[in-house]
Design a protein around this ligand. Sequence first.
Ligand code: WQD
Length: 337
Amino acid sequence: MRVLVTGGAGYIGSHTVLKLLGQGYEVLVLDNYANSSPQALARVKILAQRGFDIREGDVCDAAFLNDVFADFRPDAVIHFAGLKAVGESNQEPLHYYKKNVSGSITLLECMQAHDCRQIVFSSSATVYGEAEYLPYDEAHPLQPTNPYGRTKLFVEEIIRDWAKSWPAASAVLLRYFNPVGADPSGLIGEDPRAIPNNLVPYIAQVAVGRLDHLNVFGDDYDTRDGTGERDYIHVEDLADAHLAAVRYAQDHKGCEAINIGTGHGTTVLELLAAFEEASGKKIAHQTVAKREGDVARSFASVSKAYDLLGWRAERDVADMCRSTWNWQSNNPFGYDG
Ligand code: WQD
């Protein structure tokens, strides 16, 4: 079976490509390297001990995309390619709508033109917005609070309409909670281009000495210790969920949105302590004001993922911290290190 992976050089994409190769899939990776490194794919080839096609380009480029589909004739697409920084999306909404929404429309048009019927889409729990109840289940109201989250919601709805209009189509929309961790080899991992927005890569860069200390965004939330609580999911579990979704899309038509998380929350201070334990490093930190737009608590209802995909998370926060530290300590400056 041939799988086209857009954004396959990225953090979650590279981990998913490695798993696809391990399961014998034929893979083509399409990436414009706007927020990723070709080095990640070189290392995936080493780990997989298998080759795969790589095409540098943009999903917004219809002519390029048609050439790729004509050459590779994919049976399925896993669509990671897109911009994903919440703060940046507030500054540059049109750029985000162009890349994330128009790019996805171009991809879907090309899929249908080449009779490629299955798509697994990289969505996000950000589509839920402020919690009306917890845990978030897939029926929770969809009320994203930033342009990035709205691009994810709009693409979900576009894919849903596309699948309705084409009875042969099948689509799985995976709503990720908080992806963290790395492959146990330490050869691939999360490598933010600029100062990390997200907690775990920020802590990892403090631990390795690239950043001075962590700023804890608020300590008077209504949580166990006052700091923000999130559902962190190991990137390997997340990659496994994509393979389960590809298998599901082979046997089912229509469109399903599915949460991918552990079903448990971890606070900032709990994660900090787990990282200190895993790395043996003291992480200097200070409490500062809350970050605008942050919610107090976010964690997933994960029963639908098990019922439909037969998937559940297997790795815990200690695994996430250990694997992150193994990656960061072996690659202090990421792929450009
Ligand atoms: C986690 C917790 C912060 C940084 C974001 C996106 C979401 C998704 C995942 C793409 C919060 C606290 C963080 C720091 C801190 N990305 N924190 N100091 O905000 O839950 O989700 O990433 O889909 O769309 O919104 O993740 O890692 O930024 O924050 O105290 O330097 O850590 O307040 O409680 P978040 P995060």
